[in-house]
Design a protein around this ligand. Sequence first.
Ligand SMILES: Cc1cc2nc3c(=O)[nH]c(=O)nc-3n(C[C@H](O)[C@H](O)[C@H](O)COP(=O)(O)OP(=O)(O)OC[C@H]3O[C@@H](n4cnc5c(N)ncnc54)[C@H](O)[C@@H]3O)c2cc1C
Length: 603
Amino acid sequence: MSDQSERLPGPALSAEPSGTGGLSRRGVLRAAAAGALSIPFAAALASPATAVTIPAATAAGVPSAAPELPAGLMPYRSPYINWAGEITHGGLWACAPRTGQDLARLANWARASGWRLRARGKSHTWSPLTITQGTEPDAPILLLDTTVHLTHMELTAPPAGAPGAVRAQPGVTIETLMAFLADHGLGVTNTPAPGELTLGGTLAIDAHGTSVPADGETARPGHTYGSLSNLVLSLTAVVWDADVDAYVVRTFHRGTDEECEALATHLGRALIAEVVLQAGEEVPLRCQSRVDLTADELFAAPGSALAARGNTFADFMAESGRVETIWFAFTDKPWLKVWSLSPQRPLTSRRVYAPYNYPFSDVIPTPVSRLVGLIVGGSWHLAPVLGATQYTVAATGLTATLATDLWGPAYMLQFYLRPTTLRETANGYGILTSRADVQRVVSEFAAYYKQRLAAWAAAGRFPVNGQVEIRVSGLDQPVDSAAPGARPPLLSVVRPHPDHPEFDCAVWVDVLTQPTSPGAHEFYRELEQFLMSTFDGGYALARVEWSKGWAYTDDAAWADDDVIESAIPASYGAGQWSEAVAVLDRLDPHGVFGNEFTDRLVR
Ligand SMILES: Cc1cc2nc3c(=O)[nH]c(=O)nc-3n(C[C@H](O)[C@H](O)[C@H](O)COP(=O)(O)OP(=O)(O)OC[C@H]3O[C@@H](n4cnc5c(N)ncnc54)[C@H](O)[C@@H]3O)c2cc1C
């Protein structure tokens, strides 16, 4: 049964933030691509409390008057720019709600006024799940900034089977949340690489990290090898109540209320006010880096002579369970990271005292920024030089900062990317398969990518100038949940497939490049078609990674109708997709939470 509760008061009030604007999409793209988007400006975008005040009537030339929001909620203009600057807006109306009741009052106001609400976290998502490209200047879309007031968290009584649980509001960053848990001896197995993402934003897209059980590793109570969404025990959301003809705040419990599993990964089709997550015991991690193994060996085909040497991606996965490779364009030796559970500090490991222990990848070195400037200025053929430089920076940086072998609290090694890193666009897919076939997936993907990159270069075209990232995680297995009767989050990329019980993990692949790179969409489309036809549900199945790029045409991402309307729903299995959509539609029949893109996708 659901209940109508709202527990977290939220912090004391602060001054209402003000907006800034006047930035054209092209201008933003150019600035971001050249790495010229200054940190203070980027920070101002992420944090309206620090944004520049400008008169509403002049913001981005937008003439519309301020909406009359429910009492106590002050509208202000807020620009929007996503991670790589591909989706921007000079100034939409926004406000900073303080409580779940504020969210419900806003939903009822929006329904009555013909507006739509878009919750925003740190706005780091690539895909158009918050607003779409080309949103009209005066669109009746109200941004709800969760990061100003909705940031409270506290421990709560865990259910049997989990050592801990935390109740949190959606605007808290996952870095703050994980540090809080660690202070109480708690942690999670999988987190995204950046900590500067909100809980609400990461649950919306079922954020993942990289981990499967190492050989011989037993599952630990409260943990999951799947996504953050699989840790949800209850969700408090704003939903439509036909009995009272209004949006209300309501809490749904995992395993009891079917709504909970639909809301646990909702792609922006809901409004979440509070979450309870289970947590497990925190065990320190060791992270070892290597830059000496070739891509040919790491990604060797199973059964090949190179694979027999015992240094494949799957070999490291078997040994430690937690692997990532970062493979810079046109280079032959990826940066391999291997994490292992390590209660005690190994003698050779350096202890860390904070997250983000690879400063050379968070603060762009001058040679890299100069090269990126030249490349986005038109010297696209310099992509191989950039790749080689990035490899050198990583290899020398690891040695110079004594970072090849690190040890410390898990979250300090799970978070290793800051918002100051190079801002690139990315495609993203989760390829479900069985553990025994991970190396086959990795090798087929890597061989195709390498061959296409070379073929394009031979034709004088360089659409890819960033890195390839490969990770592997478990699936959102209900058995990991301490909530009896739990089902997997319905729209999670790592939702187990009903027809493929043998699939027990997902290989995550991303290819990154500068967003303005000529031919990038064409290259991404070619790769997507390959992934979908190769991993078509035989021994592996490709699903799109919600927060990243997919559904490519030759000119655009998130645009291929076949992928959006057919391939994506089909990848979830007959009936599974429509079940989730039906629940989300029932909870928001007036479409207050959504945009033009989610209207096409979540249907
Ligand atoms: C450099 C980089 C590295 C990344 N690495 C990883 C990774 O390792 N693993 C991974 O899984 N992901 C990764 N991501 C993707 C990231 O997890 C998602 O983009 C995430 O959604 C971003 O969180 P945010 O706070 O910026 O959310 P936003 O971009 O602000 O919002 C994302 C979505 O969540 C919705 N939303 C936010 N709050 C609420 C709420 N309270 N109620 C309802 N909807 C809400 C928004 O409306 C939007 O639809 C990475 C992103 C970047 C930029």
